[in-house]
Design a protein around this ligand. Structure first.
Ligand code: ATP
Length: 376
């Protein structure tokens, strides 16, 4: 979607800078900057803002060959308002937008060329039944094709309530290999006790969010990866019933799961439940506190955030995911891919714009320099 960034309270008017944004697009740009092949699968309107979105993605080296232009719906828009120096508000104008009209055919076309990884978020399925069905279709097809699936929960409470989101995402989980979430989003996918109001699950919308075929799930941009990075998918998709290692022999849920995670904190229990459900990798974003990751075969790593002066935190999560997936596609060990994730996340925090300040490979070490230093 297109985006406008402002420097003060919107109601006062003034200048706004026009660009583009979107969770999956941000991840695709982050991966492309790091040298990976990335494709964005989405829909824009037949309008100038749609051209801006496609032009920007192309300029960033993201493949938009299967992106579609919808003549009947406009390109979505968000407006970022810097209300005070450190507080940003985001206003969305995307009801009825072209992006919400993503279809299963779009997903099929995007995956047809082959990709090692499909990245989807919990935002797209919340846009409407078409997009939700497209995402459900995409993750199933990815599994059939041997393409690993990464899901960033990215819960947006203004788009749907926790109960509805929870049921829609549950339908995707059997196809997810890598799950990324904030700690408070984990109960949403495990069905655990979440924040207040969770228990108050409302009726499903007319489009239905049950399990399986007609889950109106999400879709996101597929992020392919270098053809020349070997072997990531060798040995299968790694997220089947028969999850080896730490949890083997467990009951597949909650308190009763034996081993390292038993009796742990709420997060530990959620992670154990996700492994029991077949997820192979769980990554938790913790904002300025960094991130933590677990693999189903017993791997565990934590990383503090890279200290930076926060300029704008919007897009930090997407930048983190781009860094983490880049490490995964490069075959880095768990701790190193987590480090790449927090590093790229810090770039987003330390610069204006959701994706504008993301690094290329040569710049990954830039944040180690002293503040104010000039590179000549
Ligand atoms: P958003 O939805 O705004 O993109 P998020 O909630 O998905 O954000 P966060 O947990 O806020 O994601 O941030 C993702 C990662 O970015 C963190 O794990 C951390 O590595 C990095 N990060 C976030 N905030 C800061 C900060 N203030 N300083 C340094 N790094 C940060």
């Amino acid at each position: 979607m297109a985006s406008l960034h402002g420097g003060g309270p919107l109601r006062l008017g003034g200048s706004l800078e026009l660009s583009m944004a979107g969770a999956e697009a941000n991840v695709a740009i982050g991966l492309a900057r790091l040298g990976h092949t990335a494709r964005w699968a989405g829909v824009v309107g037949d309008d100038e803002l749609g051209l801006l979105v496609l032009r920007t993605l192309r300029a960033e080296g993201v493949d938009v060959d299967t992106a579609r232009t919808d003549p009947d719906h406009p390109t979505g828009l968000l407006v970022q308002e810097r209300r005070v120096a450190t507080i940003t508000r985001v206003h969305y104008y995307r009801a009825g937008s072209a992006g919400s009209r993503l279809t299963s055919d779009d997903a099929t076309a995007a995956l047809a060329g082959g990709a090692r990884m499909l990245h989807v978020t919990g935002i797209t399925p919340a846009l409407g039944p078409d997009a939700a069905s497209a995402i459900a279709h995409a993750v199933r097809q990815a599994r059939e094709l041997g393409t690993r699936v990464c899901l960033d929960v990215n819960h947006r409470s203004r788009l749907w309530d926790r109960g509805t989101a929870s049921r829609a995402l549950a339908g995707l989980l059997p196809y997810v290999d890598v799950l990324v979430a904030s700690a408070d989003e984990l109960p949403l996918v495990t069905g655990g006790a979440g924040p207040a109001g969770d228990g108050d699950v409302p009726a499903l919308p007319a489009a239905g969010t049950g399990a399986d075929e007609d889950v109106p799930a999400l879709f996101a941009g597929g992020t392919g990866a270098d053809g020349d990075v070997p072997g990531l998918l060798a040995g299968g998709t790694g997220a089947d019933e028969d999850v080896p290692g730490l949890l083997a022999g467990g009951t597949g849920a909650d308190e009763d799961v034996p081993g390292l995670l038993a009796g742990g904190t709420g997060v530990d229990r959620d992670v154990a439940a996700l492994f029991a459900a077949g997820i192979s990798e769980v990554v938790v974003k913790r904002g300025a506190a960094g991130a933590e990751a677990w693999t189903a075969d017993g791997g565990h790593a934590t990383s503090g955030a890279v200290p930076v002066r926060a300029v704008n935190t919007v897009g930090a999560g997407d930048a983190f995911v781009a860094g983490y997936l880049s490490g995964l596609l490069d075959g880095l060990p768990l701790g190193e891919r987590l480090l790449r994730g927090v590093t790229v996340g810090a770039f987003a925090v330390a610069s204006d714009g959701d994706w504008h300040g993301l690094p290329n490979r040569a710049e990954l070490s830039l944040l180690a320099l002293d503040e104010g230093e000039t590179v000549r």
